[in-house]
Design a protein around this ligand. Structure first.
Ligand SMILES: NC(=O)c1ccc[n+]([C@@H]2O[C@H](COP(=O)([O-])OP(=O)(O)OC[C@H]3O[C@@H](n4cnc5c(N)ncnc54)[C@H](O)[C@@H]3O)[C@@H](O)[C@H]2O)c1
Length: 440
């Protein structure tokens, strides 16, 4: 099939590349010329395990190309995936300007039948808006041209995006047009050879399914974070509680890890957008509102622990920070807890010496050259001479460090662990003061 993917971010680039890997001809459009230059020069603009090799392989076979030309991209694919950003607007609702601008471009230039696929996470009713936008452009041109609009939300996880896309646990297709449904089934058939995982539903339900999934996952995290804070006060151990409840098959073990708050480009904005959709419809989503509040508080949990231990005047102190990305295996720092911690430490007068295996360039892009944020080239470089260590991302390389060396390097043997990486007992034996989340 000939496919156009609009937007070469975390979702668009993975989608386009994986579709090319299955033998399709794919052209990816981005209006950010610097991203297309990186891609045409043999790199990728994001960190995503396994993606660079796949991009290079498919570029070499000419099944995958990149362009900034809207006209060329509209002409190319019968299937047009819209995978542009849907950031939060000022009121928390999803900002649809990029999605609708992509739709306008399709309407402006299309000459044959197109299936337009909303891959971006978009509020219920967006497919209708995309359809109206394209129809208005066609009408302005005085052209009659058939097209279909399909919702196909993406469930990939950053850091495991290629694997998730190549082996999806489900493919949701929201459509009412039989020709489009057949095209989508044909497209995804190679990804689900062992058994059918396509779930066809109406468009609105598909749009809401994506928000429901992220809202449920965010709810589990906030629930565990609140319980962990209570466990802290009660002298109980959230890790034991996690095992105790996760073994109930109705609950399960996934997404029960407490920490210093969820971040990333999806949960925070999707929870907000769903609350906003509900508000517009006169339905107060009380649970979800609390999920968001709890998460905002949780991002300060490490700062509160630091304040309790060292006071709120941290002038002259340096804190080592392990992790900048919102989670391991990505360079994405959108809404990352690290940002709240960095900015909170600055407010109290401290300097931060940070190490992250892949996100330091992203941090430089966000914070520029600020003397209060120093970058170390290794975990041990970050702790050398620092007052204490703060951990916000559970990268594998942080899981089994040399504690004796850390103790020698730090001015105070104090670790604030926002991801519960270590055994409190082991650290106590080594005479560390260990502050984790809900651990005894
Ligand atoms: N990141 C994730 O893990 C993830 C997972 C599932 C769903 N989603 C959803 O997918 C969508 C994209 O997310 P992302 O993280 O890939 O975003 P992103 O910001 O990484 O990428 C979006 C890209 O679209 C480009 N763009 C914007 N307008 C354009 C236009 N009119 N034409 C061409 N290109 C345009 C931007 O330049 C950018 O490169 C969002 O709706 C997001 O909620 C993201």
């Amino acid at each position: 099939m000939k496919i156009t993917v609009i937007g070469t971010g975390y979702v668009g680039l993975v989608t386009g590349t994986c579709l090319a890997e299955m033998g399709n001809d794919v052209l990816c459009l981005d209006l950010d010329a610097s991203k297309i230059k990186v891609l045409n020069d043999g790199g990728i603009p994001i960190h995503e395990p396994g993606l660079l090799d796949m991009v290079l392989r498919n570029k070499a076979t000419k099944r995958l190309g990149f362009t900034t030309s809207i006209e060329e991209s509209v002409a190319f694919g019968e299937l047009q995936f819209i995978a542009v950003g849907t950031p939060p607007d000022e009121d928390g609702s999803a900002d649809l300007q990029y999605v609708l601008s992509a739709a306008r471009n399709i309407g402006k230039y299309m000459t044959g039948y197109k299936v337009v696929i909303d891959k971006s996470t978009v509020p219920v009713g967006t497919a209708d808006k995309v359809r109206e936008t394209i129809a208005a452009e066609l009408a302005a041109r005085g052209v009659q041209q058939e097209f279909a609009v399909v919702s196909n939300p993406e469930f990939l996880k950053e850091g495991a995006a290629v694997e998730d896309f190549m082996r999806p646990d489900r493919i949701v297709i929201g459509a009412d047009d039989q020709r489009a449904i057949t095209a989508m089934r044909d497209l995804y058939a190679p990804f689900i050879r062992n058994h059918d995982r396509v779930i066809v539903m109406d468009v609105r339900s598909a749009e809401l399914t994506k928000y429901a999934a992220n809202a449920m996952l965010a709810t589990r995290i906030s629930f565990m974070n609140e319980l962990a804070n209570l466990a802290d006060k009660l002298g109980a151990d959230i890790e034991q509680i996690r095992v105790g409840i996760g073994s109930d098959p109705r609950i399960g073990f996934h997404f029960l890890y407490p920490g210093c708050g969820y971040g990333g480009s999806c949960f925070p904005k999707d929870v907000q957008a769903l609350i906003s959709t509900a508000d517009e419809n006169g339905i107060g989503l009380k649970v979800l509102r609390s999920v968001e509040d709890a998460n905002d508080d949780q991002k300060h949990v490490l700062l509160n622990k630091i304040r309790s231990r060292f006071g709120s005047d941290l002038r002259g102190m340096t804190f080592a920070l392990w992790g900048l990305a919102f989670k391991p295996n990505t360079d994405d720092m959108r809404a990352a807890s690290s940002r709240v911690v960095i900015e909170g430490l600055w407010e109290m007068g401290a300097v931060v010496r940070a190490y992250d295996p892949v996100a330091m360039n992203e941090a430089r892009r966000i914070y520029g050259n600020d003397d209060r944020l120093v970058y170390a080239d290794s975990p041990s470089g970050a702790v050398a001479g620092a007052d204490a260590l703060v951990i916000v991302t559970e990268w594998k390389e942080f899981r089994a460090p040399n504690f004796d060396a850390i103790k020698l390097a730090l001015k105070h043997p104090v670790i604030f662990d926002g991801r519960n990486l270590y055994s409190p007992e082991q650290l106590r034996k080594k005479d560390f003061e260990y502050f984790a989340i809900g651990r005894r």
